[in-house]
Structures are given as C-alpha cells and as structure tokens.
Design a protein. Structure first.
Length: 337
C-alpha cells in the first residue's frame, strides 16, 4: 500500500456519537468477498454503496458523499468542483493505481489525504496483456465466432515464442508483463525514462528509445501513466514506425493513444492487429467496434477475483489508516512504493 498524497493539515478524526459515513463508489465493490465491507462495519462506519450499477457522475458523487468523511473511490470525477461540495471529506482511497480522476492539488489544500493500491492490480493486468496477445496471435476470437456461426475453419496463427516484445513503461505492471513474456521465450525490449537498471540487467531486458522499440517489436504493449493535459504517446507518426506485422496492446489508459490514428491504421492494415482494454471515453461505443482485427474488452484489467479482493481490502485499510490514525490496529503502512 502506498501513500499517494498526504494533506498538510495533520487531521485526526475525533470519534463522535453520530456514525461516520463512507461512500463506496465502485459499482462492483464487494462482489469478490465481504471482507472489505466487513472491515468498515467492524470499525464503526456506515457505508453508502453506489446504487446505480455504473460509474458515478460528479453530481451523483456530491449527492451521495456530501456527509461522508471518506470515499473508497473508483474512476468517478473527484475534481475541484466536486471536492468543494464535500466539506466533511478527510480521505479518498482509490481501488487501483491511477490518480488522474482526482484533483490532488485541491485535495492537498483541503487537508484530504489521497491513497491508492499500486500493487493490487499488477498480476491481473499483466496476465490480461499476455492473454490478449495470445488471442491475437492465434486468432482465437475469429475462430470462436466462426464456429458459433456454423463455420468449421481452422485459423492460421503465429507463435509467441521468440517474438520481440516492446514494453512501453516499466512500472510494477510493465515489469511483470516483461517477466511473463520472458518466461515464454520472447526477446523483451523496453523504454522508460526512469527504469530500474538493476532489474534490466537481472532480466536481460534492453532499454532503448521509443522510436527504436516501435520499429523492432513484433508486439508492443503499453504500461505507462497518463499525465493530465498531456497528448497521446502513440499517434500517427509512432504507428507509422511500427512493422506492418506488429500487434499493439493497451491495458494502460485510453488517453495514451490516438484512437483515430489507430482506427485508420487497422482499417488500412498498416499494422496487423490490436487489443484494447481501456478507452478515452468509457463505456466505449466508437468506430473500433466495426473492425475485425482488434480485440476490445471493457476495462477488465484488475477484474480477477483474487486480485480484486486484495485491492478492495487494501483500499479500505488505507482509508482506515487515515480515519482511525489513533488506532494501533490500523497504523500507517509507510510510503513504500
């Protein structure tokens, strides 16, 4: 567990006779086990659960959380306008890694601590990236659709073994992805401005510039964060540098890639295929749905039961570390990354 941000106010919750409230915003929270909700109940908090079965809008967050001291957060907007209307809020605890939906500057000014669960989704997202790659190479979705349509047709695919895999971003997930591909006999190259050089040496992974990686790789898999206001890392020029036989995997953030440029490249068969689990606008209803050479999944990355439960428990413990900071049972976990 990591302290993503600590407000300077040094807030300590004083227990009152009235029950403190916590909003649980992710619509799927608790589906993999009751432990995270049980932790909150045992600690004496009233939980307000997302009633809509989807991502909350800004107005819905305000309506549900206006009296809450904490939010166990998904990807709903927690910008200045929202935070200004939540006077009781003391902690936002993300179920996941990304913080781009939270206005960290406003949170800091209000003394609201913001935490995330950086280790939680690592294995689940890495396995999904590998699974999507195998599905592309062996044309599994096409074979499945054909058989269901009454067509017995063997699809000729490609081996993953000995392919060159380019990993863009060597954070926790990127490193785990590289390890999985290495275990299957791939050559792995990577790009990252702050890579761990000891890890690179120990795993025989070459660190090269992005443009070189794009030209060399048979499979390119994206695992980098998106900075608010930044443009896409992969656009028209970058796609033109890829091999015509290349596959592109994105399980990071929709904003890191120009979807229109990718659509044109796939439609004109300038690259062989792609797989996307994340999109600029979710739920996604865009033109990529029309194409046969891309696999589209609805942000499944962290949705593996074991990993999801660990993330939810960690998010609740992060929240309790803040709200019950006087309680030795839920002491701070430190700032380790």
């Amino acid at each position: 567990m990591q302290l993503a941000h600590r407000g300077g106010a040094g807030f300590r919750l004083q227990r009152r006779n009235n029950v403190q409230k916590v909003l649980i915003s992710p619509s799927s929270f608790g589906q993999c086990g009751t432990e995270p909700l049980d932790l909150l109940t045992k600690a004496g908090f009233e939980t307000i659960v997302n009633p809509y079965g989807r991502r909350l809008t800004a107005d819905e967050v305000v309506g549900l959380a206006h009296e809450c001291v904490g939010i166990v957060a998904g990807l709903e907007p927690l910008d200045r306008e929202v935070l200004d209307q939540l006077p009781s809020l003391r902690c936002i605890s993300r179920v996941g890694v990304g913080m781009d939906n939270v206005d960290l500057q406003t949170a800091a000014a209000k003394g609201v601590e913001v935490r995330n669960t950086p280790d939680g989704p690592t294995q689940a997202v890495a396995e999904l990236a590998l699974g999507l790659t195998l599905a592309l190479l062996r044309r599994i979705p096409q074979a499945d659709r054909n058989l269901r349509d009454g067509i017995w047709q063997k699809e000729m695919g490609s081996l993953l073994h000995e392919k060159t895999v380019g990993v863009v971003g060597l954070g926790r997930i990127g490193r785990r992805v590289a390890e999985l591909f290495l275990a299957l006999g791939c050559v792995v190259v990577a790009t990252d401005p702050i890579a761990d050089h000891d890890w690179l040496k120990n795993h025989s992974v070459s660190l090269i510039p992005l443009n070189d990686l794009l030209g060399r790789s048979d499979i390119i898999t994206l695992h980098l964060a998106h900075e608010p206001g930044a443009g896409p890392v992969i656009g028209v020029e970058e796609i033109h540098r890829m091999k015509k036989t290349a596959y592109l995997i994105n399980t990071a953030r929709g904003e890191v890639l120009d979807e229109e440029a990718l659509y044109n490249a796939l439609n004109e068969q300038r690259i062989r295929g792609a797989a996307f689990d994340v999109f600029r606008v979710e739920p996604y209803h865009g033109p990529l749905i029309e194409l046969d050479n891309i696999i589209l999944t609805p942000h499944l990355g962290p949705y593996a039961r074991e990993g999801r439960l660990r993330m939810e428990v960690a998010a609740v413990q992060n929240l309790l570390n803040v709200l019950l900071s006087e309680n030795e049972v839920f002491g701070r976990s430190g700032d380790e990354t």
